[in-house]
Design a protein around this ligand. Structure first.
Ligand code: NG1
Ligand code: MG
Length: 516
C-alpha cells in the first residue's frame, strides 16, 4: 500500500490536513515568498503496550495520534543545491546547509543536539533509497535543493515520537520531490528506511515509532510485527455495551533526551538485552542468526528463542507470530531466564559478562560497548531479559483481549486490558528501571480517579504516560491530574500548557501528502 496523497481541493479531507495544512502553506509563503509544492505530514504515536521490546523484534501495540509534524516543501532549481529549514517553533532557529555536488551524504554530527540533525537523518535515508531505486540519477549527483517550513505539535523528548514524526515526514518529502508526483512510495518502504534513521544520531532504536507513524489509520490501533517481516495490521477496539474506550495521554513534562542520557538508559538497555541473548545462547549451545537492523547485529532475545526451539524442541522454523505458540515459547524463555540469570540478580560486571560469553573483557568491550556509547556499573541481565519476555507475553495477551474476546460486562474489558497495562508499568519500573517518580505519581493519581490501566509510554525516564479510561471518567481523571500533579509540581503552569499536557486522542491517520 502506498502513502496516501490528498489534494487540497478534496471534499473529505482528513481532519489533521484540513485543520493545519492551509496554515502551513500560508506560513511557508510568508517565510519564502512563494507557495510550496506540497506538504508531507507524519504523526506521533502512543504505545498501548509492549515497551522496550521492539529492538528484540517482538511485536507491539501502538497507535498514531493526532499530534504531528508537517513539512511544507518547495524544490529549488539551482546549480548549487542547498536546504533551508524554517520552523514555526521559535526554539528552533533557521538552518541552511549545502548538498554535496558529488551526490555524497550530508554529514551529521551526533555529538551536538540540533533540530536539523533529525532533518538530516530523514534526508540521509531518503537519499540512500533514491540511490537504490534510481541509481543512474542519484549515484553521483545531488538530490534537489529545498526550502522547507516545519510545523509540529508532538512534544519533544516525551515518548510520543516527535523524532520519528519529523524523520518520516522529511523522508517522504525528499522522495516525492525527487521522484516526482507519479511515484508513490509504499508504506513498507517508508517504514523500512526510516527505522534505522535515528541510528545516525546515536540512538540504537527499534522500529515501533516509524511503523506507527507511517502506517497509522483513523480509528484503528496497530499490531506491529517486525518478524518474519515488518507488518502493521490495523484493528479496532472492541465495541462495548455502555461506554466508549478512551486513552488519555498525560505528559510528565519531564523531558528525556536520548541523545544526552542514552548512554545510561536507552542505549544501555539495548546492550543489556543483546548481551543477555548471547549469554543464553552460549549456555544452551546455540548460534544466533540475526537478520535486520534493530540491534547490535549480534542476535537478540527473539533470535535466541528461535534457536533454542530449533535445537531442543525440534521446531526448525522461526516463530511466525502465532499467539498460542508464542505464549508457550515465551513462558519457556522465562524459565530459562530464571535458570541462567536467577542467581545473579545483582548484575554482571564486564569481566563476568565476558567470562560467561567465553570472550576476553577487551573483546566484550569492543563488541558490545563501543558502537554506541554506554555508562554503567553492572549489567542487569536478569531483570532486562525477564522484562522483555514477560512484556512480549503481555502483548500477545492484550492482542487476544483486543481482537478475540467478547465481554459479558464492559468492566471485564477494562479489568483485563487495564490489568495488563498495570503489569507492564510494574515491569518497566521494577525490572527495566525506566520509570521515574513523576510517572509513578501520575499513574497513581489516574488509577485512583477512574483509570483502569496506567503506564509510561515510549522509552520512559520522563515523557508521557497513557491511561485506559472509560469515556465517562475522562473528566475526573483529567481534573485529578491537574489538581494533584500539574498544579502541585508546576505552580506557575498556564492554562495553555495544561491543555497541551493532557491529550485525549483518537487513533489518527499515518504519514500522508497534501498537494496544492
Ligand atoms: P520514544 O522514546 O517514544 O522515542 C523509544 C524508541 C522505540 C521503543 C521505545 C520503547 C526511539 C526513536 N524510539 O521510543 O523504538 O524502543 O522507546 O518501547 O528511540
Ligand atoms: Mg524519539
Amino acid at each position: 500500500m502506498s502513502i496516501p496523497v490528498f489534494a487540497s481541493t478534496a471534499k473529505d479531507l482528513p481532519k489533521p490536513l484540513a485543520d493545519k495544512c492551509p496554515t502551513v502553506v500560508a506560513e511557508f509563503e510568508k517565510a519564502y515568498g512563494s507557495k510550496p509544492d506540497f506538504v508531507a505530514r507524519s504523526p506521533g504515536r502512543v504505545n498501548l503496550i509492549g515497551e522496550h521490546i521492539d529492538y528484540a523484534d517482538f511485536s507491539v501495540l501502538p497507535l498514531a495520534i493526532d499530534v504531528d509534524m508537517l513539512c511544507a516543501v518547495k524544490a529549488l532549481d539551482e546549480k548549487n543545491p542547498s536546504i533551508t529549514l524554517t520552523n514555526a517553533d521559535p526554539r528552533f532557529a533557521q538552518r541552511k546547509f549545502d548538498l554535496p555536488l558529488d551526490g555524497s551524504y550530508v554529514t551529521i554530527d551526533p555529538s551536538i543536539s540540533d533540530w536539523s540533525n533529525y532533518f538530516k537523518c530523514g534526508l540521509h535515508v531518503a537519499v540512500e533509497f533514491l540511490k537504490k531505486i534510481a541509481p543512474a540519477k542519484f549515484e553521483k549527483a545531488p538530490v534537489k535543493g529545498l526550502q522547507v517550513f516545519c510545523q509540529g505539535n508532538v512534544p519533544t523528548g516525551s515518548g510520543l515520537s516527535s523524532s520519528a514524526a519529523f524523520i518520516c515526514a522529511v523522508a517522504l518529502a525528499v522522495i516525492r520531490v525527487n521522484m516526482g508526483d507519479d511515484y508513490q512510495v509504499s508504506k513498507k518502504d517508508l517504514t523500512r528506511i526510516t527505522v534505522v534513521a535515528e541510528h545516525l544520531v546515536g540512538v540504537n532504536n527499534g522500529g515501533m515509532d516509524q511503523a506507527a507513524s507511517v502506517c497509522g489509520e483513523e480509528d484503528h490501533a496497530l499490531y506491529v510485527e517486525f518478524k518474519p517481516e515488518l507488518k502493521a495490521t490495523p484493528f479496532k477496539f472492541p465495541a462495548l455495551k455502555n461506554t466508549e474506550i478512551q486513552f488519555v495521554i498525560a505528559n510528565t513534562l519531564v523531558v528525556s533526551n536520548k541523545q544526552e542520557t542514552g548512554p545510561e538508559n536507552y542505549n544501555l538497555r539495548v546492550v543489556e538485552v543483546v548481551a543477555a541473548a548471547n549469554i543464553l545462547a552460549k549456555k544452551y549451545g546455540v548460534v544466533l542468526k540475526h537478520i535486520g537492523p534493530s540491534n547490535l547485529n549480534k542476535g537478540n532475545l527473539r533470535d535466541f528463542m528461535n534457536a533454542y526451539y530449533a535445537k531442543y524442541m525440534n521446531v526448525p522454523e522461526p516463530w511466525d507470530g502465532d499467539v498460542t505458540t508464542g505464549i508457550e515459547r515465551l513462558n519457556k524463555m522465562l524459565e530459562l531466564v530464571e535458570e541462567t540469570f536467577g542467581a545473579k540478580q545483582g548484575g554482571y560486571t564486564v569481566d563476568e559478562a565476558a567470562a560467561d560469553l567465553g570472550v576476553s573483557s577487551d573483546e566484550f568491550t569492543k563488541e558490545y560497548l563501543t558502537s554506541f556509547p554506554v555508562r554503567f556499573q553492572v549489567l542487569k541481565l536478569y531483570q532486562r531479559a525477564k522484562h522483555v519476555y514477560s512484556e512480549s507475553l503481555r502483548v500477545l495477551d492484550a492482542l487476544k483481549v483486543m481482537t478475540g474476546t467478547s465481554f459479558e460486562k464492559d468492566e471485564d474489558f477494562f479489568k483485563t486490558f487495564g490489568g495488563l497495562m498495570n503489569q507492564s508499568q510494574a515491569s518497566c519500573d521494577k525490572l527495566y528501571n525506566c520509570s521515574c517518580p513523576e510517572i509513578d505519581r501520575i499513574c497513581e493519581i489516574a488509577l485512583a480517579n477512574g483509570s483502569a490501566g496506567s503506564r509510561l509510554t515510549g522509552a520512559g525516564w520522563g515523557g508521557c504516560t497513557v491511561h485506559l479510561v472509560p469515556a465517562e471518567k475522562v473528566e475526573s481523571v483529567k481534573k485529578a491530574l491537574i489538581d494533584q500533579y500539574y498544579k502541585v509540581k508546576f505552580p506557575e503552569i498556564t492554562e495553555q500548557q495544561l491543555e497541551d499536557a493532557i491529550i485525549v486522542s483518537k487513533p489518527a491517520l499515518g504519514s500522508c501528502v497534501y498537494t496544492l
